[in-house]
Design a protein around this ligand. Structure first.
Ligand SMILES: [Zn+2]
Length: 271
């Protein structure tokens, strides 16, 4: 079966709505691929998870979701409480998260998904099982590897290898720890596609956003060049960034690396 990788949401920090975000979309981080019939590999559970839920609902037959979290910041988990699959005992949802500040994934999610913030505690959602993220996993036909990035409370990047290879680095501040930048170049080496955090412009980054955990488009382009990837896709768009401004960033980044595109909701790529 040929695999199709889909962007369900690519907005950073918080979801947004409005005509100015129509083309790139307002939902937060979620990427997914159907790895075998009815089984979806999902990277991050931002509000873009709803896109997958709506798509999967149309599909007959049993369903299974393997969800890998890059970290636990709100924009990466906010689609989870309203994801119908976790309440359906007939749907298997395996949720994998990295350790965070000595907390297990169950504790990290359980701290926020419980009353009074949400009526159902995560460990009472009937369809979900929470696991510690593994260094390397095989999910259907896809081999998955992960590595730690430079981000408050730490985030991870994922590399998905099947017929093609896609690396996803949604939340990473390049330039903070050179050894991590070098490791990411190695990790993403030769990948067909690199999704890289490009939340800021270089001017915004330098003005007052250093240490906030995100890269600018220039750093994303340099990371793509260092890794020798086939294509760079800018992602984690700033919540204030309009469609026209994302267009402008993409155009600018092409001075440093080609081909460059910007992630948008509904974007699909072969994997
Ligand atoms: Zn984050």
């Amino acid at each position: 079966m040929s695999l199709t990788f889909t962007v369900g949401g690519c907005r950073g920090s918080m979801c947004v709505s409005g005509h100015q975000y129509r083309r790139y979309g307002g939902n937060t981080t979620c990427y997914y691929v159907e790895v075998e019939p009815g089984h979806y590999l999902v990277i991050d559970a931002g509000t873009g998870l709803r896109t997958l839920q709506n798509e999967a609902r149309e599909r007959p037959g049993p369903q299974r979701f393997t969800v890998l979290l890059t970290h636990y910041h709100w924009d990466h988990i906010q689609g989870l409480p309203t994801f119908g699959g976790i309440y359906d005992p007939g749907v298997r949802v395996d949720l994998y998260g990295p350790p965070c500040n000595e907390k297990t994934p169950t504790e990290a999610l359980g701290d926020v998904m419980k009353p009074p913030w949400w009526p159902v505690p995560v460990d009472k959602a009937s369809g979900v099982r929470v696991h510690a993220l593994e260094e390397s996993m095989k999910v259907g036909a896809v081999r998955v590897h992960q590595m730690g990035l430079s981000h408050p409370q730490r985030s991870v990047a994922f590399r998905l290898d099947a017929d093609r290879s896609i690396v996803i680095a949604t939340d990473h501040e390049a330039g903070e720890q050179s050894e991590i930048d070098d490791a990411l170049a190695e990790f993403a080496s030769g990948a067909d596609v690199l999704f890289h955090d490009a939340q800021y412009t270089p001017d915004e980054h330098l003005a007052d956003k250093k240490g906030w955990g995100h890269s600018d488009w220039e750093q994303a382009a340099r990371a793509a060049r260092a890794a020798g990837v086939g294509r760079l896709i800018l992602t984690s768009h700033d919540p204030d960034r309009t469609d026209e401004e994302v267009d402008a960033i993409r155009y600018e980044a092409r001075r440093l690396f080609t081909p460059v595109d910007a992630a948008f909701e509904g974007m699909t790529l072969p994997l």
